[in-house]
Design a binder for this molecule. Structure first.
Ligand code: HEM
Ligand SMILES: *[C@@H]1O[C@H](CO)[C@@H](O)[C@H](O)[C@H]1NC(C)=O
Ligand SMILES: *[C@@H]1O[C@H](CO)[C@@H](O)[C@H](O)[C@H]1NC(C)=O
Length: 348
C-alpha cells in the first residue's frame, strides 16, 4: 500500500503532537492533596464509587489494589508503569516479571479510567487513579481505620521493563537483611518494612510463592499450618491460598488447626494488625514474613504492632502515603494516558 503525501504529513503531525505532550514528571514535593478539585470536580467520588461497587462484587479485588500500589511505586516511582501491557516496541513489560505473579484489578482500573475520561478527558493520570483506588480499597477493607488524603498530580510513564521490576521488588524468599537493604534503597526504614508487611493480613499468594515454607522446620512455621498449606497446594497446579489463615475455609481449618476455628471470619480480607499475631504464632505464608522475627529491631516492631492495632492503622496509612510519593527517576518524562494499559502514541 502506498500512503498519500497528505496522510504521511498527518501522521508525522500526530507523532509530533504526541512528543510535545510528553512533559517532565513532577517532583514528589509538587504533589498536592486536592490536585483535581478544580481540574476534575468529583473525581475522588467517582473512583470511590467504582471501588466500592467492585469490592461488593468481589472483596478480594481490594487486596489486589493495595498490592498494585506497592508494585507500581517501588519500580520507577508511582508512574503507572506496572499497568502497561506488552506492545510491539515493549515486548517484556513489568507485568511479565515473575515477582509480579498474581497481580490483578487491571480491568477495574481501566473501567475507572474510562469513566473518568468521559467526565474530564485528558486530565487525570492512571498513576493517580491507581493510588486513589488503592486508598479507597484499604479504607473499605479496614472499615475506615486505614485512611489518608492522597497527594496527586502524578504523570504516567513511558517505560516498563520486567527486569527492572524483578530487580527492584522484594522476593518472598528473601531474608531479613536483604529486605532491609531493599527497602533502604527507597529510603524506607526497618520499621516501615515491618509496617508495610502488615498488608499481608489480606489477599492471597500462589503456592509457588511459598514452596520453601512447606519444608521449613517447626521453629519457622507451625507444623499444623505447614500441613494445612501442603494440603491446599496439593489441589490443582499452583493454586492461590489465602494469606491470613482466618480467611481459610472452615473444613480445612477444622481438620488441621481445630483450635483455630473460633477465629475464622465470615468476612474475608479484613485489613488489620492480625498479621503480627499470625507472624508471632508462625502461621504466615511467606519466608519474607517469618524472617522479620529474626532481626532484633524488626522483631521489636512486630511486637509493637501486635500490641496496638490503632497504632498500626495510623502508621500503615502514613507508610502508604510515603510509598505513593516515590518519584520517577530524575529526568523522566510523562503523560496523561488515555488508556491505562497503553502509552498514547501506541493508540495512533
Ligand atoms: C516485604 C516484602 C514483600 C514481599 C516479599 C511480598 C511478597 C508477596 C507475594 C509473593 C505475594 C503473593 C503473590 C502471589 O503468589 O500471587 C504477595 C501478596 C500480597 N502482597 Fe506482598 N510482599 C511484600 C510487601 C508487601 C507490601 C509492602 C504490600 C503493600 C503495602 C504488600 C501487599 C500485598 C497484598 C495485598 C497481597 C495479596 C494480593 C492479592 O491477593 O491479590 N506486600 N506479596
Ligand atoms: C532517598 O533519599 C536521598 C537523600 O535524601 C535522595 O537523594 C534519593 O533520591 C531518595 N531516594 C528515593 C528513591 O526517593
Ligand atoms: C496505641 O496507639 C495509639 C495511637 O498512636 C495511642 O493513642 C494509644 O495510646 C496506644 N495504646 C496503647 C495501649 O499503648
Amino acid at each position: 500500500m502506498k500512503l498519500s503525501g497528505a496522510l504521511v504529513f498527518a501522521l508525522v503531525a500526530v507523532q509530533a503532537a504526541v512528543l510535545l505532550s510528553a512533559v517532565p514528571s513532577a517532583q514528589a514535593s509538587e504533589l498536592q492533596v486536592g490536585y483535581y478539585s478544580k481540574k476534575c470536580k468529583g473525581l475522588e467520588n467517582v473512583v470511590k464509587w467504582h471501588v466500592v461497587k467492585a469490592l461488593k462484587a468481589n472483596r478480594r479485588t481490594g487486596a489486589a489494589l493495595v498490592r498494585l500500589l506497592f508494585h507500581d511505586c517501588f519500580v520507577r516511582g508511582c508512574d503507572g508503569s506496572v499497568l502497561l501491557d506488552k506492545s510491539y516496541d515493549n515486548p517484556n513489560p513489568e507485568k511479565n516479571a515473575p515477582v509480579n505473579i498474581g497481580l490483578a484489578a487491571f480491568d477495574l482500573l481501566e473501567e475507572i479510567k474510562a469513566a473518568v475520561e468521559d467526565r474530564c478527558p485528558g486530565v487525570v493520570s492512571c498513576s493517580d487513579i491507581l493510588i486513589f483506588a488503592a486508598r479507597d480499597a484499604a479504607s473499605a477493607l479496614s472499615n475506615g481505620h486505614v485512611h489518608f488524603d492522597v497527594p496527586a498530580g502524578r504523570l504516567d510513564g513511558f517505560v516498563s521493563k520486567a527486569e527492572e521490576a524483578q530487580a527492584e521488588l522484594p522476593d518472598s524468599t528473601d531474608d531479613v537483611e536483604k529486605l532491609i537493604a531493599n527497602f533502604a534503597r527507597k529510603n524506607f526504614t526497618v520499621e516501615e518494612l515491618v509496617i508495610l508487611s502488615g498488608a499481608h493480613s489480606i489477599g492471597q499468594g500462589h503456592c509457588s510463592s511459598f514452596t520453601g515454607r512447606l519444608s521449613e522446620p517447626a521453629d519457622q512455621i507451625t507444623p499444623a499450618y505447614r500441613e494445612l498449606l501442603k494440603y491446599k497446594c496439593s489441589s490443582g497446579s499452583n493454586p492461590p491460598v489465602v494469606n491470613n489463615v482466618r480467611d481459610e475455609d472452615y473444613n480445612t481449618v477444622g481438620r488441621f488447626m481445630p483450635g483455630f476455628v473460633s477465629r475464622l471470619r465470615k468476612v474475608p480480607d479484613f485489613l488489620d494488625n492480625s498479621y503480627y499475631h499470625n507472624n508471632l504464632a508462625k502461621i504466615v505464608t511467606f519466608h519474607s514474613d517469618w524472617t522479620l522475627l529474626t532481626q532484633k529491631e524488626a522483631l521489636g516492631h512486630v511486637h509493637e504492632y501486635a500490641d496496638n492495632g490503632t497504632l498500626w492503622d495510623e502508621d500503615f496509612s502514613d507508610s502508604l502515603v510515603k510509598l505513593s510519593k516515590l518519584p520517577m527517576p530524575a529526568g523522566s518524562k510523562g503523560e496523561i494516558r488515555k488508556k491505562c494499559s497503553i502509552s498514547n502514541h501506541r493508540l495512533y
